[in-house]
Design a protein. Structure first.
Length: 248
């Protein structure tokens, strides 16, 4: 039996890397945003991001708004597997089984945004509603809305979901109160309006499936799978009563 700690322990045990992991739990970030959040030089942050990327815990994706930027994303499934492996390495009896995400305990209001409101955001809306039923009030909108892409409808049917959605401009929702606003593309993040309820803002840097392989159904399947994984973890975080629900 090796006396070396498992890789996840060595990686996450570094205080700065732990802080970076904690920041990335809240959504995808650019290097300069991580530098500001942790208060360390960019060269040091980039080095530790490189270590996390080499371990497969963090991935990078070029910004669709500014190709010179990269958004970094924490792979929570890989983290869960690494934690399971860590427990097993210490003692077989510590093998961790994935826990079912708790159901939301209050009626959260969640808004998904992308540019066209034709693929990513209505798919995300449908997937969250599918997981939570009427326990979460969910909507989607876009900065330049256009009709649903037929492959978005086709792929959602593979999840047992009938996707039906009227394209909605985000400007028509800017006076509504949401607890969480999730931007799904880099362009819409730059033009996201302010909302009166000061919601939690989450960014998921996801490419437009309509621009991948000519909008092939495979691109929409990939998008749906990524959305479903992210939404699973989002649902698990909706456990405390939303603030403005408490105050009325």
């Amino acid at each position: 039996m090796t006396s070396e700690p498992p890789p996840f322990v060595r990686l996450a045990g570094d205080p700065l890397r732990w802080r970076l992991l904690r920041e990335l739990v809240g959504g995808d970030r650019r290097v300069r945003e991580l530098v500001e959040a942790v208060g360390q030089p960019q060269s040091l942050v980039s080095y530790h991001l490189g270590r996390l990327r080499a371990a497969g815990l963090v991935t990078g994706r070029r910004s669709s708004f500014d190709g010179r930027d990269t958004y970094y994303h924490l792979d929570l499934d890989r983290c869960a597997q690494a934690l399971t492996d860590t427990g097993t390495a210490l003692h077989p009896g510590l093998r961790l089984e994935p826990a079912a995400p708790p159901s939301p305990v209050a009626r959260w209001r969640v808004l998904f945004l992308c540019t066209g409101n034709s693929g990513r955001s209505p798919m995300a809306e449908a997937l969250l509603r599918h997981r939570t039923g009427d326990r979460v009030e969910v909507a989607s909108a876009g900065s330049q809305p256009k009709p649903l892409h037929p492959n978005a409808v086709r792929v959602m049917s593979e999840y047992g979901i009938t996707l039906s959605h009227d394209p909605t401009n985000v400007d028509t929702l800017r006076r509504r109160r949401f607890h969480v606003v999730v931007s799904l593309c880099d362009r819409v993040r730059e033009v996201c309006p302010e909302f009166p309820s000061h919601p939690r803002l989450i960014h998921w840097s996801m490419p437009d499936p309509a621009a991948q392989d000519g909008g092939a159904v495979s691109a929409y399947r990939h998008t749906a799978a990524e959305l479903d994984g992210r939404i699973r973890y989002l649902t698990a975080s909706l456990t405390e009563a939303p603030a403005f629900e408490k105050t009325g």
